[in-house]
Design a binder for this molecule. Structure first.
Ligand SMILES: Cc1cc2nc3c(=O)[nH]c(=O)nc-3n(C[C@H](O)[C@H](O)[C@H](O)COP(=O)(O)O)c2cc1C
Length: 449
């Protein structure tokens, strides 16, 4: 209580209270705004972190977060590479969704976390966690990265909320324990719909061999149209999943080589042959057994990590080999449609005479100023033969100039040999830090398989 009638003193006291209030309120307001902007309105909320290459893990992370939010739990969804040591040490609950690539390795978006945090000790006594590991049991290191992550968390003193859940080739039945645990943790039984979009019938409209006379396996350009209804939207960089009739539980993924303005989905499929001469189940069906006009169960899959997105206005350096031209062609077609000609394609195959897929189109784009530079490597063409990664060192100065001009790098094709070789060459020219900064800034994107 203020026992005075002196109006000056009263006014001064009121001013002091007001100033105190402003001093306390403004930082609070600032912090609130910052948290709201970062989507972290509840600082005590859960972390849902994903390491996903082609988006399955990311989609499951979003569905996991939606289930928790339904129960009123605050959630931060983050790519694993964005989870810092401090964030982890400050968190009490975290759910990790981790796919595996290479030979038991982390996907690109988890590589920095694996390299920087999982190689050291980081006490996590406060953390309670769960791991959903995605993989494919036909690989030697099934769920290798999810298992390594789980092991590392436990070794840091973090407490598992429940045993690791492993999912083989996206099997719905394998996911059930994860959903059960979530419902239990969230105290809710009405989880949102987790069903992936249904496969719908598409018509195999046209098919042609792209590399007649090649010493390698035949590569087919295949065009598919929806059997009914309008063409759905997609972006260059996206994928499709196709279900071969003989293996309904194992959809195959292919990069889309066209844009919606083309009126249909273009795929580039290499016919796979086993040692005994028999053809691969999916490629044999798509390339040979299915007649033109046949119906193909298909669904589109957004591949956010390989889309143009913020890079749409940048110069593009596109690097790939073999059937990897499919994903790069999708981007080139998008760029041509947008009238952006600052594109540099580096492509490798076996023989120029047979294996320069879409060669006429590439030459036409060069003439129209839509392909600023085209570098080609042919591994079976006698003198001067080499691989696409060998094209980078001789063009090092130009590469540095393009990167300095803000270019983004997209790599599509073989994981074995090509992707590692290209990565090494880029690191040799630009330095490790620069390559990692490009990856962290979304300017180095890969669709490798
Ligand atoms: C090139 C390549 C390598 C892979 N290596 C492995 C592996 O070593 N172990 C494994 O369990 N799964 C492996 N997989 C399977 C993926 O982990 C699995 O398809 C996963 O569901 C992909 O999820 P994502 O879309 O979140 O990246 C590999 C897949 C590809 C394309």
């Amino acid at each position: 209580m203020i026992l005075t009638n002196d109006t000056t003193r009263l006014a001064l006291t009121a001013a002091c209270f007001a100033a105190y209030g402003v001093t306390c309120f403004l930082p609070w307001l600032r912090m609130r705004r910052k948290r709201a902007a970062a989507g972290t309105a509840d600082p005590a909320g859960w972390i849902v972190a994903y390491a996903s290459q082609t988006g399955n893990g990311e989609e499951l992370a979003q569905q996991t977060a939606a289930t928790l939010r339904l129960a009123g739990i605050g959630v931060r969804v983050m790519e694993l590479g964005d989870v810092s040591a401090q964030a982890l040490q400050g968190a009490e609950r975290a759910l990790f969704i981790a796919s595996t690539y290479g030979e038991g390795d982390a996907p690109d978006g988890g590589a920095a976390f694996a390299g920087k945090l999982m190689t050291r000790s980081l006490p996590l006594p406060r953390l309670h966690y769960g791991v959903l590991a995605l993989g494919d049991s036909s690989y030697a290191h099934f769920c290798g990265f999810g298992r390594a992550l789980d092991g590392w968390l436990a070794a840091q003193g973090a407490q598992p909320l429940f045993p690791r859940v492993e999912v083989d080739r996206g099997a719905t039945a394998d996911l059930a324990p994860w959903r059960q645990q979530l419902s239990h943790l969230a105290g809710t039984s009405d989880a949102p719909d987790w069903e992936a979009p249904a496969f719908t019938p598409w018509r195999l409209a046209r098919r042609r061999v792209l590399n007649p006379g090649s010493a390698g396996a035949p590569v087919y350009h295949i065009e598919l149209e929806p059997a009914a209804g309008a063409l759905p939207a997609w972006q260059s960089g996206d994928l499709v999943q196709v279900v071969p009739p003989a293996q309904a539980d194992r959809p195959r993924e292919y990069s889309i080589a066209s844009v919606p303005a083309d009126g249909c989905v273009h795929l580039l499929v290499r016919l796979h042959r086993h040692d005994d001469g028999s053809t691969g189940i999916a490629s044999g069906w798509l390339c040979q057994h299915a007649e033109e006009g046949a119906l193909v169960p298909l669904r589109l899959r957004p591949h956010r990590r390989f889309r143009l997105e913020d890079n749409a206005a940048r110069p593009l350096i596109l690097i790939g080999n073999g059937s990897g031209i499919a994903g790069l062609r999708g981007h080139l077609r998008a760029r041509v449609a947008a009238g952006q000609g600052r594109n540099w394609l580096l492509f490798g195959e076996r023989q120029r005479a047979h294996d320069l897929h879409y060669g006429d189109e590439l030459m036409a784009w060069q003439e129209q100023g839509m392909l600023a530079r085209l570098d080609l490597a042919f591994s079976r063409d006698g003198a001067g033969r080499g691989y696409v990664q060998d094209l980078l060192a001789p063009a090092a100065d130009l590469l540095r100039t393009w990167i300095a001009d803000g270019a983004a790098v997209y790599v599509c094709g073989s994981l074995e040999g090509m992707a590692g070789g290209v990565d090494q060459a880029l690191r040799g020219i630009l330095g490790d830090d620069a390559v990692e900064a490009l990856a962290a800034g979304g300017r180095y994107r890969r669709d490798v398989y």
